[in-house]
Ligand binder design. Structure first.
Ligand SMILES: NC(=O)c1ccc[n+]([C@@H]2O[C@H](COP(=O)([O-])OP(=O)(O)OC[C@H]3O[C@@H](n4cnc5c(N)ncnc54)[C@H](OP(=O)(O)O)[C@@H]3O)[C@@H](O)[C@H]2O)c1
Length: 284
């Protein structure tokens, strides 16, 4: 039986699963198969993006699962992201319509602005477009990704609409304490990308191995449980069905305060995976 996944209630009143499935860099049949298998395992939140080039395949995997399982469409949350080259107001409206057409799932449950690209400096136009897309019911929930507190305040001041979600780089080597506090103050849900730490995942770090041994779980499960207990929504990616199941099975044990604190000591100011500082990184 698929595990029960708790939910968070977003600032727009919609519920979202407390853990999701990442799909980058899956493409074509690999993406269809991975999404289908993730849904069979019990995932109910799927993360895509225009720039992953996989919206058609992700939509196909979801529709295949819906048809075969009889699961209701509203039980699955599909999330995609607007690329930097589509930040002009009209381009953003058209881009969302293209995502809608590619996914073929009806209303897009969640649309995020992928990166702020503050040098290009058009993210405020893009946010106005997302507010309009929500009014038109093309998109249900609107949010952002890789925004700093300053970027958040600019778009909130412009429109009076606070993003429901900010998806940011967050793993034990970079725990984003300040951004998590900024989100709490503004009522924004934190999502974590590269939640395990990808190729730098600290599977053999002492605080992780000690907790894994104490709870009889794997290091990856410890890291994802740490994410969940911080209140973040982690979005682990795995093309491997056994790992997909392992990564979802993190709701049956609890880390102690001491274990949480020990994992938090792994964070470093230079702990980003690459030079992905949202103030300087531009992604079109
Ligand atoms: N908003 C953004 O700018 C942004 C940026 C980056 C990523 N993302 C999103 O975040 C998602 C996740 O990030 P990510 O893929 O970079 O990093 P991640 O989920 O931390 O790590 C994925 C890697 O870990 C491996 N893995 C997964 N589960 C494992 C386990 N239990 N034990 C050992 N290894 C395991 C996977 O290999 P296998 O697949 O071979 O199992 C894959 O190589 C992406 O897919 C994407 O949806 C968003």
């Amino acid at each position: 039986m698929a595990p029960h996944i708790p939910t968070h209630t977003l600032n727009d009143g919609h519920d979202i699963p407390a853990l999701g499935f990442g799909t980058y860099p899956l493409k074509d049949d690999e993406a269809v198969d991975a999404v289908y298998s993730a849904l069979q395992t019990g995932y109910r939140l799927i993360d895509s993006a225009v720039n992953y080039g996989n919206e058609i395949s992700v939509g196909k995997g979801i529709r295949k699962y819906l048809e075969e399982s009889g699961t209701a469409r509203e039980d699955i949350t599909i999330q995609t992201k607007l690329p930097g080259r589509h930040h002009d107001y009209k381009a953003a409206i058209n881009s969302a319509q293209e995502s809608f057409d590619k996914l073929q799932l009806g209303t897009i449950d969640v649309l995020l602005i992928h990166w702020p690209n503050p040098i290009t400096n058009k993210f405020r136009d893009a946010w106005r477009a997302l507010v309009e897309l929500q009014k038109r019911d093309v998109v249900r929930t609107i949010g952002v990704s890789n925004f700093t507190a300053e970027h958040l305040d600019l778009i909130i001041d412009d429109t009076g609409v606070t993003p429901a979600i900010n998806q940011i780089e967050l793993h034990p080597n970079f725990n984003q304490e300040e951004m998590r506090a900024a989100h709490r103050e503004r009522g924004i849900q934190t999502q974590s990308w590269s939640p395990l730490g990808k190729r730098q995942a600290p599977y053999s770090a002492a605080p992780v191995t000690a907790a894994a041994e104490a709870h009889g779980v794997t290091p990856a499960q410890v890291i994802l449980r740490w994410q969940v207990q911080l209140g973040n929504i982690p979005m682990p990616k795995s093309a491997t069905p056994s790992r997909q199941a392992e990564n979802l099975d993190v709701f049956g044990f609890e880390l102690t305060g001491t274990e949480m604190g020990a994992i938090n000591t792994l964070t470093r100011p230079d702990g980003r995976l690459f030079d992905g500082d949202p103030n300087t990184h531009e992604e079109m």
